[in-house]
Design a protein around this ligand. Structure first.
Ligand SMILES: N[C@@H](CCC(=O)N[C@@H](CS)C(=O)NCC(=O)O)C(=O)O
Length: 208
């Protein structure tokens, strides 16, 4: 692999592409960002989507010289490789339990965002059918644990935090019923020194 700079392209929000940012940050691995705003969405749709030379144009994307990939889970795998953080995947059968939460939360992040864009009965239906039941399962899995598996940080925590943070900011009324479980879980993640420094930096594209 060439030593050219890594460029990560995604929306300027901590949604589906956010776990990739956490992986680079947890390793203090240098990466550049192209963060697209919703107001400036045409920079993506009308320009970069057509001009960057991506085989399968989408957000997130990762470019390193001539190496260009999309699909968020593919980029997560690349980021784990390049930062040598395979331990975040776990070992043995736990790997599959971790991935269970990883893929559930990936979908949940998208569903939470989708529900937040709706209104009235549509919004209520989306929340009660697709969002709340999955957060209830996540709440049971978290219980009063600091980390989901083996008392240490894994990709499951990174994804769970990203999904819960999306719920808290995009559907704040729905968050309330989970706060007793999710508040301490979020606080624990936010107190990891590298995460704390990142969240306080201008590299973190926070909500609002
Ligand atoms: N399967 C794809 C889905 C990507 C996707 O849906 N991207 C959304 C944001 S999360 C988007 O806005 N894509 C830009 C586009 O469709 O051009 C992945 O996991 O990366």
């Amino acid at each position: 692999m060439s030593q050219q700079n890594i460029i990560l392209g995604y929306w300027a929000f901590p949604l589906r592409g956010q776990p990739i940012r956490y992986i680079f940050e947890l390793a203090q691995y240098p990466y550049q960002q192209t963060n697209y705003t919703f107001e400036g969405a045409k920079d993506w749709f009308e320009k970069d989507k057509k001009e960057l030379g991506l085989d399968f144009p989408n957000l997130p994307y990762l470019i390193q010289g001539d190496f260009k990939i999309t699909e968020s889970q593919n980029i997560v795998n690349f980021a784990l490789d390049v930062t040598k953080q395979h331990h975040l995947l776990g070992a043995g059968l736990i790997r599959f339990k971790i991935d269970n939460i990883r893929f559930l939360c990936d979908e949940l992040i998208a569903k939470t965002f989708l529900a937040s864009t709706k209104s009235g009965e549509d919004k209520k239906a989306e929340i009660s059918s697709s969002v709340v039941p999955k957060f209830k399962s996540l709440q049971t899995a978290i219980g009063n644990k600091k980390y989901l598996f083996e008392n240490k940080l894994t990709l499951a925590d990174v994804y769970a935090y990203t999904a819960i943070n999306a719920l808290k900011h995009l559907l704040s009324d729905e968050y309330k019923q989970f706060a007793q479980t999710f508040d301490p879980f979020m606080k624990n993640f936010e107190e990891i020194p590298l995460i704390k420094a990142y969240h306080n930096s201008n590299r973190y594209p926070k909500f609002g």
